[in-house]
Design a protein around this ligand. Sequence first.
Ligand code: C2O
Ligand code: CU
Length: 492
Amino acid sequence: MTRRTRRLTQRRLLLSGAALLLPVRARASSEIRLPIPALMDASLGAIILDARRSTHAFVAGRPTESLGYSANYLGPTLRFRSGRQASLSIANRMDRPTSMHLHGLLLPAASDGAPPRPVAPGETWRTTFRIDQPATTAWYHAHPHGDTGRQVYMGLAGMAIVDDAVGANPDLPTRYGIDDLPLILQDRALDPSGRAIYRSDGHAMMMGMRGDTLIVNGVADPVATVPAGLVRLRILNGANARNFDLAFQDQRAFHVVAGDCGLLSTPVVRRTLVVAPGERFEIVVDFSDGRPAILETASDTAAVLAARMANPPRTMGRGSGRILRFEIDLSLPIHTRPLPQRLARLASPVVPADAIRRVISLDMGASMMGLGMIPGTIRHGPGGMHGINGKSYDPERIDYEIPLATTEIWEVWPQMMAHPFHVHGVTFRILSLGGAAPPEHLAGDKDTVLVDRPVELLVRFGQPTTKEAPFMLHCHVLEHEDAGMMAQFSTI
Ligand code: C2O
Ligand code: CU
């Protein structure tokens, strides 16, 4: 394939609404081009998605069963503009209940989907809301209680981008699919026929569902063609359980410009970046030297570093190596402005003198693999074997009542291994991580944090709940969450 036809293919992928995520063969037969999810702009009209069964090839030429949102696997990138109204509907075309959470959009609980409010097969869930938040990279994914892990694993997830009301920061690359690329990182356990195997046995329940095939936007080991300049990568860890420990093979530095809930105050130079399930980072990489580059991940040592496990299972760290390769196309127009040194105005966190402090323990259930029993923690509730503060998730129970428009300090403790902790409907700042100030790239507004040591969060409760629609707090290892490591709160 010539450079020109490859570029056209890339452009055609951007324009085609339905046929997104078709991996296109690149030059060598073993090379798969990075699929770019179609862009759907909520300001151009209502977004209508089908949650449906399909087939998808994780590895070239081996199509197997999958799920997708109006796509064979994953869903389109939804683009929202702050200050505007948006409307969204999801038709459940599957044979099991589902629900969809807009992870990273700041909405009233009643406008968001959540585990206790499933959408039955054949039904359609509709929501309308007004977005009012800083520009950010968010996402959406299935969230039916007890089946979240399987549905996300099979493909029910996608990226969302919120643009500022005034137009995103003009000095960062913004050409979607060209110098502003969505990268949804996942891992899959594939059988010899290329089928993604989902297990919910005791092992997966403890470690989370992991696999040794690394995929990005649904395919293993693709190639992305980028201009010889600055390129923004919107990185989402959409894996069920594993952390990605990213670095370029040539050890080049890059700038982290945004975290979960928006821009940082200044770009932060890094050579490595740990991204936990549910977390997002935007990084800017300089390809102006024209050299190809390879993005890799180390094995998942982050999950075990702070673990109280004497002998972490070997499978914990599996799946390392190449995620994708970048090739430079000198004919692509480059982003000509230098990276701005000021990004967002972030006030330093102010802790109110009367702030309520809550202690939250992310508890692992009884041993199934000789990992050691935690005495007296879990009461097996209807939710399963894991819990928060000793209680398994119970949709009938409100765990916290929190006055709206207040700020609290949440002190979150991990048990046995690192847990990515996520709270719906809020943003927080990390006050301390293991007793120290957080590293700079974790110092912005967030909604998900890897709790690999005790962490203190300053949480702002700005969105209301209703009696039927509380907000969730949970571990984003989806098998932990499905097995009960989740609680709910309402605002009063
Ligand atoms: Cu992304 Cu309740 O989760
Ligand atoms: Cu967990």
